[in-house]
Design a binder for this molecule. Sequence first.
Ligand code: C5P
Length: 235
Amino acid sequence: MSKIIVALDFNQFEEAKQLIDKTKDLIEYYKVGLESYISCGEKLLNYIQEQGKKIFLDLKFHDIPNTVSSATVASLKYNVDIVNMHTQGGIEMMSNTVKMVTDYCNAKNIKKPKIIGVTLLTSLDLDYMKNHRINFDSTEEYVLHLARNAKISGLDGVVSSPKETVIIKENLGKDFITITPGIRPAYEQLGDQKRVMTPKEAKITGTDFMVIGRPITKAADPQKAVLNILEELND
Ligand code: C5P
């Protein structure tokens, strides 16, 4: 069963708090990304934890191996359940981070978070790849290549478009986690997302987690928006 992760893209703690309060009876996972982390990170992460909810810290690290592994270890103080980095940062960056985090968690006897790699952002497409001379014939092939590197490096799974879930699961195994943004109910605007699917379509692909932001956070009634999506998923 695919789980929903609500993307808390806010620049004010109060707005994020209100959204959590309105949806927490229906939602288990919240995602804190760059905007909310920079605006009110510590306060928000503590609040999510106090509500007994799970945290996806979506800071998409991409730097030299030492910096990314140290930053990921530093993020463990927030009891995060999922952390991530860009697979485009390379195998050494990813595997170094897995080792540092695993060693730290073993030494402190704490639960290791799921370490996830971002493949190709769902706002990017073949035009972007051509422009950057990325030599794959399709976004699917490039995403699979990045996902394979993530698996070789010991990551638990990847972020990708729901359009790539099937090919990832077929090639890298059902247990390799997929987290898929780019989810839009049929009645919603695409915004800046390009490689999208409806919640129902994404569920059929077998994805583990769907990240949903604006269709819930910008809704006049966020609780109703979640209920509508859950209804679509359980149909
Ligand atoms: O509002 P929307 O549903 O488009 O939000 C999607 C969320 O998922 C945003 O927080 C965005 O940063 C994140 N994300 C994404 N594409 C990725 C990785 C993360 O859209 N590949």
